[in-house]
Design a protein around this ligand. Structure first.
Ligand code: SF4
Ligand code: SF4
Length: 284
């Protein structure tokens, strides 16, 4: 098994499964029926015992509740992270739709995530059929996250951990370790194909050849231009203080009330210089 085979599997699933298109019965407008949500993927591979995963247990990264690859899958050999960028139709509609999420974006966020979940399960099955073992944490029953003020995580003694807006597996942080990009002021991960898209990952027993270079600069791809802060309708991003997760979450809650069962925003990912690639550094 090689990473290129996994990348080929993802691309074939994207092109042929049918799940990368908005189903007719769910389309928010007639012209959105059949709309493609994702372009071709990127993937990166890290050894399951890469010491950078251990750093994700610190409070400055994901937190002590983060489970290591070997905790998800005893005998883990490798972690593959993948990124699927949204199509120009999804990105551009959201870049132009004012403070409200465009219907194209709502589909990308919800039906797009359903696609990622189906892909992750299919990838696990594929790796098992190939003779290995695999887990995709985001679709595993052990996955847990908390977005509110109260944590759901406890230490070995049962004491609640003082962490919020976090989970026991973070796709963005895992993508960072797998060498797919660096963080931006908006806290999105800026890859070579930009920030606007969705991540997924799989842990496998196959000892794939690692191809990751963990960036030394956490924010190396971000120019700190501040355009994501200017676009945020909730005022949740500030060049001085970074991102306020409470304000962002409250705005997403408001959007859910208006667009239920869908929700989303993504204004900090569209119509900004890092939307579809690594922005050019400004001349000093
Ligand atoms: S819009 Fe500018 S400041 Fe915000 S994440 Fe992108 S590059 Fe960084
Ligand atoms: S998702 Fe929307 S509310 Fe949240 S930080 Fe980005 S622009 Fe602001």
């Amino acid at each position: 098994m090689e990473t290129t085979e996994i990348l080929d599997f993802i691309e074939t699933f994207r092109k042929t499964s049918g799940w990368n298109r908005v189903p007719r019965e769910k389309a928010l407008r007639r012209d959105l029926s059949g709309m493609e949500m994702f372009d071709p993927p990127l993937a990166g591979t890290a050894a399951a015992n890469d010491p950078s995963f251990l750093l994700l247990k610190s409070r400055e990264a994901v937190g002590p509740q983060f489970l290591l690859p070997g905790e998800w899958l005893p005998g883990a050999g490798s972690v593959v992270s993948f990124f699927l960028p949204f199509t120009s139709r999804v990105r551009e509609a959201n870049g132009k739709s004012g403070p409200e999420p465009a219907p194209e974006w709502l589909h990308g966020r919800i039906e797009g995530q359903e696609f990622i979940d189906r892909l992750s399960r299919a990838l696990v099955e594929h790796l098992r059929e190939a003779g290995g073992d695999a887990v995709s944490p985001a679709v595993d029953p052990r996955f847990a996250s908390c977005t509110g003020r109260n944590t759901v995580f406890r230490d070995q003694n049962g004491t609640p951990l003082p962490v919020t807006f976090t989970s026991n597996w973070s796709e963005r942080h895992v993508a960072f370790v797998c060498g797919l990009g660096t963080f931006g002021l908006s806290k999105g991960l800026i890859t070579s194909l930009g920030v606007a898209g969705r991540f997924g990952s799989v842990i496998t027993s196959f000892p794939l050849v690692p191809d990751n270079v963990v960036p030394e600069d956490l924010y190396g791809n971000c120019t700190l231009c501040g355009e994501c802060a200017a676009k945020c309708p909730a005022g949740a991003i500030s060049p001085e203080k970074g991102k306020d997760h409470v304000l962002c979450s409250e705005y997403l809650g408001l959007m859910k009330e208006k667009h239920s069962p869908r929700y989303g925003c993504g204004k900090c990912q569209t119509g900004v210089p890092c939307e579809k690639g690594i922005p050019a550094k400004r001349q000093r």
